[in-house]
Design a protein around this ligand. Sequence first.
Ligand code: ZN
Length: 248
Amino acid sequence: MRNRSGALLTAASQASIRRAITPASTTTAQALAIASALHAPASLRLTAAFTRMDEAPLHPRLRRFGFDLASGGLAVGRGVHGVATSRCLHCGRAADSVAHFLGECDYLRPLRPWLQSVWRALRWPEPTPAEDQRSFALFAAYRWTPRRADEIAFIVLHGAVLAACRAARYHLTQTSLALPANRIVRAAQTQMEHHIRLDWHCATSTDCLPDDLSASVRPTSRLAFFERWGCLCQFAHGALEFDARVCP
Ligand SMILES: [Zn+2]
């Protein structure tokens, strides 16, 4: 299958990214400072978290953003091109930082009820990573939660959250304006819908290339597709119909 925007990755593109991002090189003082500021639990292993991000079957731009969040590579404050203040551009109450962006600021708050509703629609174990802001921050930065279910769907949901965080972040730093709450949530929904549609394509078509990494993570039958996503969509009248949590 061809690579599409926000979509599938070939083995070659995965390898390319892997060469550019090596987990061993990223446990820096900045990464440790972010983990400390987010009160990361003792059970969280940063190198393992970086490896998980490195290997996640997500679009490179999302993996890059996720990696930058956790490793300290994300430009903040005056380090952002064109930004002349070190304060948060949304609330101004604190210095701009990853820990403030994910764990303190109200900017991403609209994502939490969305994340919680999708988590519960998927009938995954409680608590959800949206119970409080620290849990949300740990999920966004490290894909860490005390409980989880279907690993691939879990990665997809994390990718949707990353897409929303990325859209919100860049809109703010590039325009100095906050992305409206409904557009933050919509960015997550769009990412999730896109992934599920491609899963459906793989489950119902035979044109996936054998060297496509997606072959190992995409459902290969309708049954497998609906086991993963049946709580969020159905096939009716010749097309996929999505739950309003994914496609309002
Ligand atoms: Zn703020």
